[in-house]
Write a new protein. Structure first.
Length: 169
């Protein structure tokens, strides 16, 4: 069953939001790589690739339902940060915004009794719980360590990545 024009339009907007998140994370990753914090840089590179996957997941859904794909204009990311804490705060704010956007899409799917889209969005609802938890925890650790102790945060991020991806060396 094809989805409504309103639903397709809203999903296209979200494709733009996910690509905007992708670019924002690439920009934050670059800040950390250039600031001598390669583990933080790698963490945000990985986040960036996840956001790209989210955009593609939505795009493929539009294709599967025969809806029109129309990728919107993507706003430029914020490119300068005064501190690690500011960069991670921006990341958390972005995840909070995306969570609200996903909830809005889910509300629309429910209003339209569009069960296919609602079921597709379940994955995103669950993903956002994890994203908020991950970014909230990182901000807490960065705030606790302080700018002078970011190498301790590097070690934390390295250990966590090793546990998650088996990339210990
Ligand atoms: Fe996302
Ligand atoms: Fe995310």
């Amino acid at each position: 069953m094809p989805i409504s024009k309103a639903m397709a339009d809203a999903i296209n907007v979200q494709i733009g939001n996910e690509f905007a998140a992708h670019f924002q994370y690439l920009q934050i990753a670059t800040y950390f790589h250039e600031d001598g914090l390669p583990q933080m840089g790698a963490f945000f590179d990985h986040q960036a690739s996840e956001e790209h996957d989210h955009a593609m997941r939505l795009l493929h859904y539009l294709r599967d339902t025969g809806a029109k794909v129309a990728i919107p204009k993507i706003a430029a990311p914020k490119a300068t940060y005064r501190s690690a804490k500011e960069a991670v705060s921006l990341a958390l704010k972005q995840e909070e915004d995306v969570t609200a956007q996903i909830d809005g899409l889910a509300n629309l799917a429910i209003d339209e009794r569009d069960h296919a889209t609602r079921a597709m969005l379940d994955w995103f609802v669950t993903e956002q719980v994890e994203e908020l938890d991950t970014m909230g925890e990182l901000l807490q650790i960065v705030a606790r360590a302080g700018e002078a102790n970011m190498l301790l945060v590097e070690e934390h991020v390295r250990r966590k990545a090793a546990a998650e991806f088996g990339t210990a060396e």
